[in-house]
Ligand binder design. Structure first.
Ligand code: 13P
Ligand code: SF4
Length: 337
């Protein structure tokens, strides 16, 4: 067993509090106690483990999570998601303690846009405005004019005058999809998500012959080759809502991270959800970053208030502007209240 001081020293190396948790401890009950004691709220993304989704106060897509983070009056925000999501919550709540169960829970898409290279790219196209997908670091947000998520990207792009050139970063797949939907020709940063690029079109098409009535539901972070065959394309919340609404079919092939199946099966117990297969034998449609968070780490981070997200104030203020712009534009478009 480590002392807390040793565990805190270890935190810098490991990214999470390395403290033993007694196996007999009822983590669900302890987490409920800690929520009250610390006036904490647990915000979880659909890609989290089922246990974590089950203890969350709010589960949502990136837009819903940002909106919830913007309006909470809790003292502690426990972000069960990845680093850029917790960072967004901190940007919106500078005086609150924002904790992430595992500090190493990053994102391959956010990593695909290093700030220095992106700044040079932006400087080479000074007549362009920058719309960045929320899956990026605070530094990239600070270099952006507007942030978007997969549920509001199209509306946000459509609201920009047609003659205004746009850089879209960091996801080239979402950018290409929005270009196709809007007829724009946005300049795309060459980034992508490792989870959404792994789906095998060949195996999906085989599944479609096995389940001829199944609808293919895909996230716009997937490649165009997969999106071409999708019956519905949307953010995680939009995919979930679509599957709930469908009365005519009860089979769905789901081309996004497999964690979302937990809520789909909870909401529609009589429907059959099949995760889209990856192009190899591994469980690659699990996001390795999202899955770094565990119920034990969540309990520990609530108990000790660590690891905590902190940020330079100048960076925070610069990153806040385009997020606030996104929230205002989403309200104006009727996407959020
Ligand atoms: P949404 O939940 O906004 O659809 O985003 C998906 C995603 O990749 C989060 O990392
Ligand atoms: Fe990033 Fe992709 Fe994981 Fe989402 S699923 S956190 S975009 S690596």
């Amino acid at each position: 067993m480590h002392t807390l001081i040793e565990a805190e020293k270890n935190l810098a190396k490991k990214g999470f509090l390395d403290v033993e948790v007694a196996p007999s401890l009822d983590l669900f009950a302890e987490i409920e106690k800690l929520k009250k004691e610390k006036n904490a709220i647990i915000l979880a993304h659909y890609y989290q483990d089922a246990d974590i989704q089950d203890v969350a106060d709010y589960i949502g897509d990136s837009l819903g999570l940002a909106q919830e983070a913007a309006k909470t009056d809790a003292d502690m925000i426990v972000f069960a998601g990845v680093h850029f999501m917790a960072e967004t919550a901190k940007i919106l709540n500078p005086t609150k303690r924002v904790v992430l169960p595992d500090f190493n829970a990053g994102c391959s898409l956010a990593d695909s846009a290093p700030a220095k290279e992106f700044k040079a790219f932006k400087d080479a196209h000074l007549d362009h405005i920058v719309i960045s997908y929320i899956n990026c670091t605070a530094e990239i947000k600070a270099l952006s004019d507007i942030i978007c998520t997969s549920s509001n990207a199209q509306k946000i792009v459509e609201s920009i005058p047609e003659r205004q050139p746009i850089i879209f970063a960091p996801d080239k797949n979402l950018g290409a999809y929005i270009n196709k939907q809007t007829g724009r020709n946005m300049l795309l940063w060459n980034g992508s998500c490792m989870v959404h690029e792994i789906f095998s079109l060949e195996k999906i098409l085989k599944l479609k012959t096995q389940y001829p009535n199944a609808k293919l539901l895909a996230h716009p972070e997937c490649e165009e080759t997969v999106l071409k065959y999708a019956d519905f394309i949307g953010s995680t919340t939009q995919i979930l809502d679509y599957s709930k609404r469908q009365n005519s079919g009860n089979e769905f092939i789901v081309a996004t991270e497999a964690g979302i199946l937990h809520q789909m099966e909870k909401d529609s117990p009589n429907k059959h959800f099949i995760p889209a297969p990856p192009n190899n034998a591994c469980a690659c449609n699990d996001c390795p970053y999202m899955k770094m968070n565990t119920l034990e780490k969540l309990y520990l981070c609530m108990k000790y208030g660590l690891p905590e997200i902190t940020m330079d104030e100048e960076l925070r203020l610069a990153a806040k502007k385009p997020i606030e712009r996104m929230l205002e534009m989403s309200k104006a478009a009727g996407l959020i209240k």
